[in-house]
Design a protein. Structure first.
Ligand SMILES: [Ca+2]
Length: 209
């Protein structure tokens, strides 16, 4: 083996080892994220439309600047609403544009845990910003009403170990029903029809006369 060939082989091994290391790192990071998040990998988030009426900039007069919507899975303990508010999760998605006092509106709150009892409060703020008092507490259970997408490629397949490594083109031939397969080999070539009295042919099909 030449020195160059040996170097190339060593280089291939080095690249291969680096690829394996990167793959292991990706798997490890994914596993760590699952552990840190502490969630079921099938856990889903959902959204909820919340209805309300806009207050004004000063009490019920004018137009305020915006809203601060927060939710928690635990109810308010006694009358300590402020502690509940400070520990609640703020919705940082899209809020509706502020409208004049008395206008009915809605917030589409996304990223909520599915099938969970939640408690929510909203406060309005003006340009200062001054915060309004706490709203009433809205208690609700989230529910995901959107079903998974429709599967459109259901078909007969091989058992899992084979289908994982078998290219689709080969697998499609193997999994064809047995009754469809043509198991009869082609017949031997036949001589063309010959006129009566014609001279015999040699093994190569040529006339011997
Ligand atoms: Ca004000």
């Amino acid at each position: 083996m030449t020195v160059n060939a040996e170097r190339e082989i060593n280089e291939l091994f080095r690249v291969g080892k680096n690829i394996v290391r990167i793959l292991l790192l990706v798997v490890a990071i994914a596993a760590i994220l699952v552990v840190i998040r502490g969630k079921d990998p099938h856990a889903q988030t959902t959204s909820q439309t919340m209805l309300f009426t806009w207050p004004g900039d000063d009490g019920d007069v004018g137009t305020c600047a915006g809203l601060d919507f927060r939710w928690r899975t635990t109810p308010i303990s006694g009358t300590d609403t402020l502690s509940w508010w400070n520990a609640a999760t703020r919705f940082n998605g899209g809020y509706p544009t502020a409208k004049v006092s008395g206008t009915r509106d809605s917030i589409l709150v996304t990223g909520l845990p599915n099938s969970t009892q939640l408690y929510a409060i909203v406060r309005a703020f003006d340009e200062t910003p001054n915060l309004s008092g706490f709203s009433n507490v809205a208690a609700f259970v989230t529910k995901d009403f959107i079903p998974p997408g429709r599967i459109t490629d259901l078909r007969v397949g091989l058992s899992a170990p084979f289908s994982a490594v078998m290219p689709d083109a080969i697998a499609s031939v193997i999994r064809r029903p047995a009754g469809v397969l043509d198991l009869t080999p082609p017949g031997a070539p036949r001589s063309p029809p010959r006129a009566p009295g014609a001279p015999p042919l040699d093994t190569g099909g040529r006339s011997v006369v």
